[in-house]
Design a protein around this ligand. Structure first.
Ligand SMILES: *Cc1c(COP(=O)(O)O)cnc(C)c1O
Length: 354
């Protein structure tokens, strides 16, 4: 037996599997089932998505978000097409070129943004900047909901983006690695935020929602899903024991855990933000709208926080990032706030003594 180390908030991928997903996984493990997705669990998971989204969408299950995004984007255009995204988008900064690779070279066109949100104006500018044969033809827009820094597009913002997409002949993809957190924030239905607002394809993250592994791809325009199963297989994303990717979805979707897990993560982010936002020298870099808190603080303070055993990343914008998953312990959040408060005080004492 290893003893549990104190909980960290460096990533929402540090969390384990939530009870609802695990119970479904255990249930799926009782006996055998047909392979490659022709099983009852996979049917039931796809149906659960169709019920939740109130839509007759096509549903696919893959292992991770990089594959989900890359294959979905590849299915929306040809290799000579381009994909408009925010400069801070995961597809641009954290997928090792997979969207370009799986689309055989479709170029990502990046727009500068604030908080990672694309705007209709930014999309229009990029999409209409060139129309000659020498430039990759814009065909797709991808938005991240919530963004990499935890900002949530309102339904109105998504609608105005989809309307410029329709006008310019662009498909709209949503990277929903933390889609449930955005639903929790807006209090809207999943359908309202997607097909109701003009989204063509959604990648719905399971990993950051309390599953061990797995993301779902939902095509609201079913024609776009043609041959997508072949694309998944070719990319090495067709699970032979598919039931272990699909069953956990029945657990989280049918029980409502998908939303409760996200609400809990969001609440813990607010808990930390409320405790530390007023500390001298500490600043929230972005409004807290989902399960992320980005803190700007002097290097001495962050060093002291690390010395107290806390792990966090500073790769986005130089601030300290804290992410809260379904299992975040409010007592640990309080400890983090206390340690940050003490780190600020210690750094001040040292500065005064010098
Ligand atoms: C985590 C994440 C993904 C998925 O990443 P994988 O590591 O490939 O599963 C996709 N988009 C965003 C915005 C993410 O935060």
């Amino acid at each position: 037996m290893t003893t549990q180390a104190p909980q960290q908030f460096a990533s929402d991928n540090y969390a384990g599997i939530c009870p609802e997903a695990l119970a479904a996984m255990m249930a799926a493990n009782a006996g055998s089932a047909v392979a490659y997705g022709d099983d009852d669990w996979t049917q039931r998971a796809a149906d659960a998505f169709r019920r939740l989204f109130e839509a007759e969408c096509e549903v696919f299950f893959v292992f991770n978000g990089t594959a989900a995004n890359s294959l979905a984007l590849a299915s929306l255009g040809q290799s000579y097409h381009s994909v408009i995204c925010a400069a801070s988008a995961h597809v641009e900064t954290d997928e090792c070129g997979a969207p370009e690779f799986f689309s055989n070279g479709s170029k990502l066109l990046v727009a500068p943004t604030s908080g990672g949100k694309l705007t209709p104006e930014a999309i229009r500018t990029l999409a209409t900047s060139r129309s000659d044969i020498h430039f990759p033809k814009p065909r797709v827009v991808t938005i991240t909901q919530p963004t990499e820094t935890g900002q949530v597009y309102t339904i109105e913002e998504i609608r105005s983006i989809s309307s410029v997409c329709r006008e310019l002949g662009l498909k709209l993809h949503m990277d929903g690695a933390r889609f449930p957190h955005a639903c929790a924030t807006l209090g809207c239905t999943p359908g309202e935020m997607t097909h109701g607002a003009g989204v063509d394809v959604l990648c719905f993250g399971g990993t950051k929602n309390g599953m061990a592994v797995g993301e779902a791809i939902l095509f609201f325009d079913r024609a776009l899903a043609e041959d997508f199963d072949y694309r998944c297989k070719q990319a090495g994303q067709l699970a032979s024991k598919m039931r272990f990717l699909s069953a956990p979805w029945t657990g989280v979707l049918e029980s409502g855990a998908w939303l409760r897990n996200a609400e809990h993560g969001n609440a813990c982010a607010h808990l930390l933000a409320d405790e530390v936002a007023q500390l001298p020298g500490v600043r929230l870099m972005f409004p807290v709208e989902a399960n992320a808190v980005f803190l700007e603080a002097p290097v001495e303070v962050l060093d002291r926080l690390r010395a107290r055993g806390w792990r966090f990343y500073t790769f986005i914008g130089g601030g300290a990032r804290f992410m809260f998953a379904w299992d975040a312990q409010p007592e640990r959040v309080a400890e983090l706030a206390r340690d940050l408060r003490e780190a600020v005080a210690d750094a001040e004492d040292t500065a005064l003594a010098a």
